[in-house]
Design a binder for this molecule. Structure first.
Ligand code: HEM
Length: 224
């Protein structure tokens, strides 16, 4: 039995992507369970000397990875001509929000022990925390309006609103960069990937603009 592309996306690729997006959660949970003695300890689930920071790192990196993968969908679609890829974008974006919330919850609870005083001070006084928090707040309207209903209701404004993903990704990379003390190699890799993804859009936009200008009728001044 051969499946149509449409059904292949619905019945195979989307469920596979869903499972793939849950892997980092499984990894972090496995670590926590192994720490509590509920799972046999094994190297994969070893959270090291600072388990809370390790879990915070796993979910933080997953948020950033998913944001960049979400941003890679459009260039990939344009390069391959595969319009179906767009169907995977919403799930990637919603999972990015899910992991950002998880990251924040680990920060609030295990990391800061729900000390609201320390948390408020941190958000206000530590620039990298301020950046992360701003990115999280900006993700909220995107997550709320990610449904078909909101897409229909907002029409053209939906696309404009969802361009917030660009500053969010910049803030995410910046948040990571600012907390690294010495070895900036990893944040540099993230920043380079982000620059390529945003640069691609800028280049395409310039090309479209040049094409529109070329095809536009000459103005009165140009005619004389
Ligand atoms: C879109 C939002 C966010 C993204 C993409 C993000 C991403 C990241 C990344 C990639 C790391 C580094 C992980 C590692 O070193 O392995 C990190 C660490 C961290 N993030 Fe976030 N984050 C976000 C939001 C937040 C928020 C809202 C807070 C708290 C208010 C926060 C607090 C922290 C802290 C405390 C660390 C650990 C720093 C350390 O190890 O000293 N992040 N985050």
């Amino acid at each position: 039995m051969t499946l149509t592309v449409d059904r292949r996306y619905r019945l195979v690729y989307k469920p596979l992507l869903f499972i793939a997006c849950l892997i980092p959660l499984g990894w972090a949970l496995g670590g926590v369970l192994a720490l509590g003695g509920l799972l046999p300890s094994m190297p994969l689930f070893d959270l090291g000397a600072d388990p809370v920071r390790k879990v915070l790192g796993i979910v933080g990196k997953t948020t950033l990875n998913l944001l960049l993968i979400t941003l890679a969908v459009t260039p990939l679609r344009q390069l391959t001509g595969n319009g179906y890829l767009i169907r995977l974008r919403r799930m990637l974006g919603v999972f990015a929000f899910f992991y950002a919330c998880l990251h924040f919850m680990v920060y609030l609870g295990p990391f800061q022990g729900f000390s609201w005083d320390a948390i408020t001070k941190d958000i206000v006084k530590r620039p990298y925390i301020t950046l992360g928090f701003t990115a999280l707040l900006m993700l909220v309207p995107l997550a709320i309006t990610s449904t078909n209903g909101w897409m229909r209701r907002l029409k053209k404004r939906w696309q404009k609103l969802h361009r917030l993903i660009y500053p969010i990704a910049i803030l995410g990379v910046w948040h990571y960069w600012w907390q690294v003390k010495q070895d900036i190699r990893e944040p540099l890799i993230y920043a380079t990937i982000l620059a390529v993804l945003l640069g691609w859009r800028l280049w395409r936009w310039q090309q479209r603009r040049a094409a529109t200008l070329k095809s536009a009728p000459p103005t009165a001044r140009e005619r004389t």
